[in-house]
Write a protein that binds this ligand. Structure first.
Ligand code: SF4
Length: 485
């Protein structure tokens, strides 16, 4: 069984059981082919990116004209085989959506498409533009009308206003200049599609991943390389920050559109978002998570009989913890794959029920044992407390908890929907002992920030949500760069 396949069932649709929209971001996929209809490849690519967003899915494809189909729902619900057969064209882009800015309805599904000077142009975006609110207000004051509340419409309308010519005449560098001049500091992996070209851009700080694939079937671009598995791959290239690609039916060209900046790759792409079988920022996600688990075991030894993962993203760190500590790995918690989307449950009690519906503890594995639970992170702590209780009720002698990432103490300005600082349990409780009391564990330890940096590296990564704001020096220098611009 492929570990990551678990993310593809409907039951995976919730992000975290404790009601936090701290997980999937959007996913983008696009490409062009000389010989094949592109829609089935985009459908399959989006299906492989389903874990990055389950609110809506959409596609925009064509040849001389562009045809769009999008709606609320999962990829295979919205873009069924029946629908895909009706979409003809050799060039196109697609999107799966998890809303951070903007409402969660069909109107906000992407790709977002407009007709300008008689030509259609589509855009699909993964990330966040932190200047969005002010820029939108400025545009409205200049008479611009917006149909949605998402960043994506604003980005496209800004590009249209600045280029002022038919989309078929748009140049890669011109679009890149508009993006860099107006949206520097935001996180954007963004695709534009005209009837002849796909333009793809990765922001100059490289918060979000973007990767291209040269395949027998054509040339494709995606948020994650696991989406290329359905293709006959010849070559995969990770796009560097500030670079992009022009894709046509006849080939592709990688180009730089912005100067190199100190990169700010999001560590949570590895810790939580991405599929374990993806290579994000040239690093395999599964192997990284195993390393995090090993590091956590070195830093936080425990006297336990079994290591139990919190599925799904706790699986690989738990395996690493077990390998390093020699404590046997056991699937003491079972996941119900067919449970609904519990992240929309608003009340605490409903969330609690969501945990119980989603995970069950196996008494046969747990009874009489000293258990160490491994999770990828602790956010509000509401999931952790229910899991600890569940394991105790299944007869555990002791319940220890280990987080394979450091304390989450800040929100994210770059598109990851982390709760407010007050809601983060690492802030709302004085110290680790306070959190331990709250989740009712016999012991609680986190991987240290230094330990995390040992695994990822000291330069090139964004650790902002894990660093106290007043000591966040690299973050401050990053802000300075933006303000200079
Ligand atoms: S603040 Fe955290 S979640 Fe946001 S980009 Fe940085 S590492 Fe990722």
């Amino acid at each position: 069984m492929r570990f990551s396949c678990e993310k593809h069932c409907i039951g995976y649709a919730d992000s975290r059981i404790d009601g936090i929209k701290f997980s999937e971001e959007c996913g983008v996929f696009g490409g062009a082919s000389k010989e094949h209809n592109i829609a089935p490849f985009i459908q399959q690519g989006l299906f492989m990116l389903q874990h990055r967003g389950q609110e809506s899915a959409g596609i925009c494809c064509g040849d001389d004209d562009l045809f769009t189909y999008k709606n609320r729902g999962l990829v295979m619900e919205v873009l069924s085989d029946k629908i895909i057969k009706t979409i003809i064209g050799k060039i196109g882009i697609g999107h799966v959506r998890y809303s951070t800015h903007g409402e969660s309805d069909a109107l906000h599904a992407q790709p977002y498409v407009i007709t300008y000077l008689g030509e259609k142009v589509a855009v699909a975006h993964n990330g966040n533009v932190n200047a969005a609110i002010k820029m939108k207000k400025d545009l409205e004051e200049q008479g611009e009308v917006f149909l949605t509340t998402s960043d994506t419409e604003m980005i496209l309308k800004k590009v249209v206003r600045e280029l002022c010519k038919p989309p078929s005449e748009w140049l890669f560098e011109e679009i890149g200049e508009v993006l860099t001049n107006n949206f520097l500091g935001g996180a954007w992996s963004i695709l534009f599609c005209t009837s002849e070209k796909v333009f793809a851009y990765r922001d100059p700080f490289g918060y979000r991943p973007l990767v291209i694939c040269e395949a027998e079937e054509g040339v494709f671009v995606s948020s994650e390389d696991t989406a290329f598995q359905v293709l006959t791959v010849k070559k995969i290239i990770h796009i560097k920050p500030g670079e992009g690609v022009i894709i046509t039916k006849y080939g592709y060209e990688i180009r730089r559109f912005a100067p190199e900046m100190p990169s700010r790759m999001c560590v949570f792409e590895h810790i939580y978002f991405a599929r374990p079988d993806s290579n994000i920022f040239n690093k395999n996600v599964y192997m990284t998570r195993v390393e995090l688990g090993k590091k956590c075991a070195i830093e936080n030894p425990v006297d336990a009989d079994i290591v139990v993962p919190v599925m799904d993203s706790g699986f690989a760190p738990a395996l690493g913890f077990s390998q390093q500590s020699g404590i046997p790995f056991q699937m003491g918690l079972m996941r119900n794959r067919w449970v609904g989307r519990t992240f929309i449950l608003p009340e605490q009690q409903l969330r609690k029920n969501g945990v119980i519906r989603k995970l069950t503890a196996m008494r046969e594995v747990i009874e009489g044992k000293k258990v160490v639970i491994i999770d990828d992170s602790i956010v509000r702590g509401t999931t952790s407390v229910e899991i600890v209780r569940m394991i105790r009720e299944a007869g555990a002698k002791e319940v220890h908890f280990r987080s394979a990432s450091p304390k989450l103490i800040n929100t994210c300005q770059w598109g990851v929907d982390i709760p407010s600082k007050n809601e983060l349990i690492a802030n709302s409780h004085k110290n680790t002992d306070g959190v331990k009391e709250f989740i009712e564990a016999d012991s609680l330890k986190y991987l240290s920030l230094e330990g995390l940096k040992d695994v990822f590296g000291r330069e090139g990564w964004c650790y902002s949500c894990l660093i106290p704001s007043n000591t966040n020096t690299s973050e401050n220098s990053h802000r300075k760069l933006i303000s200079i611009k």
